[in-house]
Design a protein around this ligand. Structure first.
Ligand code: PAF
Length: 290
């Protein structure tokens, strides 16, 4: 497995793969790899001749410097996981490669990036789209794979690729969960044992809403009230948002659900009485009335 740190070297590799007629899939990550990332690698492997994975903790997408400082960084473990998973090439650039001195250009999707996480993390998606545009331009893949846990991120990246006429297919991969249902996330490593236990409340809230819809409930107010009630069961979970949205354009869902509707949740798991960290977690499900 090759590890490349420079953009120019990567671009030369990309040209060589294209010249040889090989299809490259890129899995962009910020490292701290888990089984969710490996499922993206697996999907990429089925669709391409070469699987490349990038590891870059992108400072531009963190609205909170403490969050950036605490983001887990475990490069040796990540490289080992990539080797085992059969990744062909890892791109792990230093920050100056991605943001050269004087870098002054951003890529911003506006309306789609405004609600949900865009509302609670100002500038976050501008950082994501800027770095993903750079990664796509550095690796020139035919395909790039992103997880559906970050539902809005996937929608925003798809829109960016479409609007900028990028010649790349953006593929979403299903959420991978722990045995108790918690969606896998690099941030789960920062949960203390009690917060980890209570974090199950996210999937419990999604399950509760889904069960209500299956039982015939269509009223979005009552569905959201049920979700809030469920989150309220976990004293350490502070709700950031619980919203029902159109899965395509992320517009607000109507008062009565008729079509598939995204239920998106974000919570802060608060520190316990003995300290610990505040950890932000997100999850989602598309509810299907009828
Ligand atoms: O989902 C992530 O890990 C990041 O937001 C991404 C897409 C790698 C961009 O930094």
């Amino acid at each position: 497995m090759e590890v490349i740190r420079g953009v120019r070297v990567l671009q030369a590799r990309a040209d060589a793969e294209r010249a040889a007629g090989r299809r490259v899939a890129l899995v962009p990550t910020m490292g701290a790899l888990h089984a969710g990332h490996l499922s993206l690698v697996e999907l990429a492997r089925q669709r391409a001749d070469r699987v490349w994975l990038s590891i870059f903790v992108n400072p531009a997408q963190f609205d909170d410097p403490l969050d950036l400082a605490r983001y887990p960084r475990v490069m040796d473990d990540d490289l080992e996981a990539c080797r085992k998973a059969g990744v062909d090439l890892v791109f792990a650039p230093p920050a100056q490669e991605m943001y050269p001195e004087g870098a002054d250009t951003c890529v911003e999707v506006t309306a789609l990036a405004a609600p949900l996480c865009g509302g609670s993390r100002p500038g976050h998606f501008r950082g994501v789209t800027t770095v993903v545009a750079k990664l796509l331009s550095a690796a020139r893949p035919q395909l790039a794979v992103f997880g559906e846990k970050d539902f809005q991120q996937l929608a925003v990246i798809r829109r960016m690729a479409r609007d900028l006429l990028l010649d790349v297919e953006i593929l979403g991969a299903p959420i991978v969960r722990e045995p108790d249902g918690l969606a896998l996330s690099s941030r789960n490593r920062n949960l203390d044992p009690e917060a980890r236990k209570q974090a199950r409340v996210l999937v419990a809230a999604l399950d509760a809403a889904e069960a209500l819809v299956a039982a015939g409930e269509r009223d979005s107010g009552r569905l959201l009230a049920r979700v809030r009630e469920e989150i309220g069961q976990a004293p350490r979970a502070l709700l950031d948002y619980a919203e029902l949205r159109d899965p395509e354009d992320l517009g607000e869902a109507p008062a009565r659900l008729q079509a598939p509707t995204l239920l998106a949740l974000a919570v802060h798991m608060e520190p316990g009485p003995d300290g610990g960290e505040r950890v932000r977690l997100i999850d989602n499900r598309v509810l299907r009335p009828g």
